[in-house]
Write a protein that binds this ligand. Sequence first.
Ligand SMILES: [Zn+2]
Length: 402
Amino acid sequence: MTRQVKRAFKYRFYPTDEQTAELSRTFGCVRLVYNKALEERTQAWYGEQRRISYVQSSAALTEWKKTEELAFLSEVSSVPLQQALRHLQTAFGSFFAKRSKYPRFKSRKKSRASAEFTRSGFKWREGRLTLAKMAEPLDIRWSRPLPEGAEPTTVTVSRDAAGRWFVSLLCEDDITAAPATDAAVGLDAGITSLVTLSTGEKIANPKHGRRDRVRLAKAQRELSRKAKGSANREKARRRVAKVHARIADRRRDFLHKLSTRLVRENQTVVIEDLTVRNMVRNHTLARAISDAAWRDLRMMLEYKCAWYGRELVVVDRWFPSSKLCGACGTVCGTLPLNVREWTCGCGAVHDRDVNAAKNILAAGLAVSACGDGVRPQRESSRTGQSSMKQKASPARVGIPRR
Ligand SMILES: [Zn+2]
């Protein structure tokens, strides 16, 4: 069985000087529009308890373009500016639905520079992509082919901190469902192991190669020696960003392989909802890295489960998954974080993480049996691919006793 899904294909490209200037200007305008609309919505909400809709923001944008100081907004394609307002709308939607924090301002330095073009913002002819306001098509390096006869519906252009340019094409693609299986797996997120499976397997975060570590240390040392604001400092900053980008690329690659494997091997994948746990703040670097990896993994599992006809169940983390004995259902009183193994009164000896993964699986299977907890997700304008995603909201269930 095959199903048609929306899938993003990302490539590097090399802009001409003219394109670089046009895109840099567009990124700046996108950021400005996003921030200005966010500011207005914030003032309306906190000042007058009034919500501003996308339509109102869009009307405001038209007014801004008429003013002298913001007239330059008319010089770039209007499509990415409209898309920025849609993204803001989506961010507020998640905030009001308590799925995420209050939207933040886009920073020139810290936020990823990007612009999204819908069908009216680009031309696609015989495999050549030309963006609005541009004379020449983009010089794209086709590292893998687009699906036969694919027509991109949305195009996102971005530049990362290392100064690399990327274009992501959202296309329809046919996906063949994975072979049928009854297998199910529960995943526990951790710090020492990135993921522990209910099968007992522990998957570590990918280690950075020695070469990357040495390069990063050297680049960072150089950066610290350069004078603030100098051209050499900017060059040094790029070199640091390049090593970070390599590390991030490798991690993403690793997570893609892991998520594909889990989805192919299992009919049901159960994960825990970490947004609850993240309310308890832990600012260590290890925590931040594993949280980021976990977010990426969850996102990949969401759309891959939808692609391959698998079920992803998200269970709420309110239950004490690591303290609950999977054998008898007793909850152990206290279990400090440094205790990796414990023995229950019933005699069962538990590895903390494996036990947690097993409890997550059991809770997930209980939800799945009720036919609750998995609902189609709203279309997200950012990726477009989530129309097939499964509902990410936690299923509130009790703990099955055995
Ligand atoms: Zn027990």
